[in-house]
Design a protein around this ligand. Structure first.
Ligand code: ADP
Ligand code: MG
Length: 372
């Protein structure tokens, strides 16, 4: 097994950087989820690691060994893609066996190798069939089995669940992390689905326009996203964003929501006077009585079910739209005037100009003391 190390990798196509100084490390045996919008460079990054694309600058190390100049076949990397890419004229068995055939494994070794991964992926009963006889789910498992058959040190999975139905995707989301852990393989798992990224990666690397915007655990990305753009991508419905300029009174920093003072984390006193964006998750807003402290009047426009939640669209008196989410079945107004309480103390604050998150300072921080 081997860890993956990328050091300042840059790749340009016709002068445009598809990868721009990407550095990351995946420790041996860990799965990193690589998440980013379409065109952000995810596939190019995998291809650089596999050796099918040569970077313009930077180094690729696998298991501590610099493989930047090495051909793909010497790198011990297995790859699977979203479009399955099976050989149509070959049986599932022969498709899975392809990497073992290529390195001339003895027939008995080859058979044992194919049967091992086929069992692991629960397709041992369809090994004799041609791809066109397989269901989409079986095709996808066959492609995964092929990527894993050679017991690669490094496994690169390029959005492998993109083209399978929701039920199978859900099953595989549960199954794959255990499978990868059991194999002890170091893996990069590309996805454009934030839930999948959170389910599959011990850590998630977020890629924007060829640059790593953040690498962190799913929990950190959700609760402390590095930028507003990341905050918007992780969460469904998306985070509410409100332009605010924090002020302070005797109780500490606050933001104005309608005519109410919404208290902010005391550690955000250093953001007073700065043009900011307040990010409030839909589940951090709840309906309350008009007399409740801090109740903000809104008009409920519509509601819609979303999985196990009910999502409501409400508009404040100043015309700002809010998405509010509550567990399905929990009572709430479907339409008309109502009041909401916003958990502003736990809201995220971003710089309006740069989009960077403004982190609360720990209590008794030096800067707060100096500003007082
Ligand atoms: P994604 O994150 O969707 O996988 P890609 O890695 O495929 O994105 O592509 C990143 C950028 O690099 C895109 O702008 C794409 O057009 C460009 N690109 C990728 N491969 C090539 C190529 N072989 N020639 C020219 N441009 C490419
Ligand atoms: Mg891609």
């Amino acid at each position: 097994m081997a860890g993956i190390d990328l050091d300042n990798v840059t790749k340009r196509f016709k002068g445009t950087a598809a990868l721009d100084g990407v550095s990351l490390t995946v420790p041996e045996g860990e799965t990193l989820a690589l998440f980013g919008p379409s065109g952000s460079g995810k596939t190019v990054l995998l291809r650089v690691i596999a050796g099918v694309v040569q970077p313009d600058a930077g180094r690729v190390r696998l298991g501590g060994r610099d493989v930047t100049e090495e051909p793909p076949e010497d790198r011990g990397v297995g790859m699977a893609f979203q479009n399955f890419a099976l050989f149509p004229h070959m049986s599932a068995f022969d498709n899975i066996a392809a990497p073992l055939t290529a390195r001339r494994d003895a027939p008995s070794v080859l058979k044992a190798g194919v049967e091992r991964v086929a069992k692991l992926l629960k397709i041992d009963h369809v090994l004799g069939q041609a791809p066109r006889q397989l269901s989409n789910g079986q095709k996808q498992r066959t492609a995964l089995a092929r990527a894993m058959a050679g017991q690669p040190k490094v496994l690169l999975l390029d959005d492998p669940l993109r083209n399978v139905d929701a039920k199978l995707r859900f099953e595989m989301r549960l199954e794959l992390p255990r499978l990868l852990a059991r194999e002890g393989v170091t893996a990069i798992y590309v996805t454009q689905d934030y839930r999948e990224a959170m389910a599959l990666g011990k850590r998630i690397a977020v890629l924007f326009e060829g640059r790593i915007a953040q690498i962190a655990t799913p929990d950190e990305i959700y609760h402390a996203p590095a930028t507003l753009a990341i905050a918007k991508l992780f969460g469904d419905p998306a985070i509410n964003v409100l332009d605010v300029t924090p002020e302070r009174d005797a109780h500490g920093p606050f933001a104005r929501l309608s005519d109410r003072r919404a208290p902010l984390d005391p550690g955000l006193a250093h953001a007073v006077g700065r043009a900011c964006v307040l990010g409030v998750r839909p589940e951090a807003i709840r309906f309350v009585d008009a007399e409740a402290p801090g109740a903000v009047p809104v008009t409920v426009e519509a509601e819609t079910p979303l999985n196990e939640k009910t999502v409501t669209l409400a508009v404040t008196r100043r015309g700002r739209e809010l998405l509010i989410s509550r567990p399905a079945g929990a009572p709430g107004p479907a339409t008309g005037p109502a009041h909401v309480a916003v958990d502003s103390v736990h809201a995220l604050l971003f710089d309006r100009e740069t989009g960077a998150r403004i982190a609360p300072e720990p209590p008794g921080g030096a800067i707060r003391g100096a500003a007082a």
